[in-house]
Design a protein around this ligand. Sequence first.
Ligand SMILES: C[S@@+](CC[C@H](N)C(=O)[O-])C[C@H]1O[C@@H](n2cnc3c(N)ncnc32)[C@H](O)[C@@H]1O
Length: 329
Amino acid sequence: MGLLQLGPFLLLAVWAYTAIAMESHEHHLHISTLMMKVEGQLEAIQTLQDNIKKTLEEIRAAQSGARTTSQQAACLGNTYSLDTKSSFVMKDEIVTMNNGHSIRMDDILYGYDWVFESKRLFSAGSWLGVQNQQDPADVAAIQQLVWDIKPKVIYDIGTNVGGSAILFAHIMSQYAKPGEATIVSVDPKHYSINWDDAAKQLCPKCTSVDSNPLWNNYVQFVQARSVEPQAIAALEAAIAKYGGPVLISVDGWHEYPEVYEECVTFAKYVTVGSYMIVQDTKLDRIFNKPGPRQAVYDCLVNNTNFVIDKSREVFLYTQHSDGFLRREH
Ligand SMILES: C[S@@+](CC[C@H](N)C(=O)[O-])C[C@H]1O[C@@H](n2cnc3c(N)ncnc32)[C@H](O)[C@@H]1O
């Protein structure tokens, strides 16, 4: 057979070979792609399994009360390092709820600090119709403390419109008749003016403190800064007249120098077993700078007869964490 006669057969053979080779290559490519897909899916399944295992471990640990560093730092999905600035009682506990969410106690409590500030809730409350700038949990905790101590003299630094004074007077009226105990309330501005312009909208029904007889029966208002001579003279006169226990509430200008000065100046007036309540220690964290809380720590360096009484942080949430200072001797 000549080459010319073989030509068509050769062409056919070349075509057949090329077609088979291409198909086999495509087939091979297809298999490789499939294998890569399967491998990827296997990896995803492995990651999912690891995550589920980790989550289950965390749930079990949280339920059993055990805590690990990674668990403290991870609230199921959110990882962040612990905030060492927190001074809340039980700050590291993980709370697991029945909606499947878990959250660290510090984030609940500090989160509420932010809600309170950003929503201006400090101007939303009142006591006996007088606008009161205390958080409700602190109102209850302070009421318990005042009732336990039953002070004859309360030095109320920072009157504003009389909210804390009327609260103190109300409790006082349940253990002392008028003339048996007193509150010296001091503020450089008059109590008829609220420092917060928005307070009227947040507490539209609030009334003036001097329309309440408790104000006249129990409160002496001194328009001065807490450390000014006329204010200190009023405190000393009250102690001379009514004796102790004496309690000091520091809720004036919440900057480090003022609070430190007040803490150092008024520590000696607190009677043994009674308290100085340094308020708004939360502000150190909110403003991220030394404030009332740092002032407490520094004040106590030379006032070693005081202890920070964590047992007064009864509701865990308080704006005065590390601010309940009890005089021991
Ligand atoms: C947070 S408000 C007090 C709130 C009030 N204790 C209450 O519970 O409703 C702070 C007040 O402290 C007052 N203040 C500022 N500096 C002060 C000082 N050196 N001595 C006393 N009060 C001061 C402000 O004028 C303001 O009215």
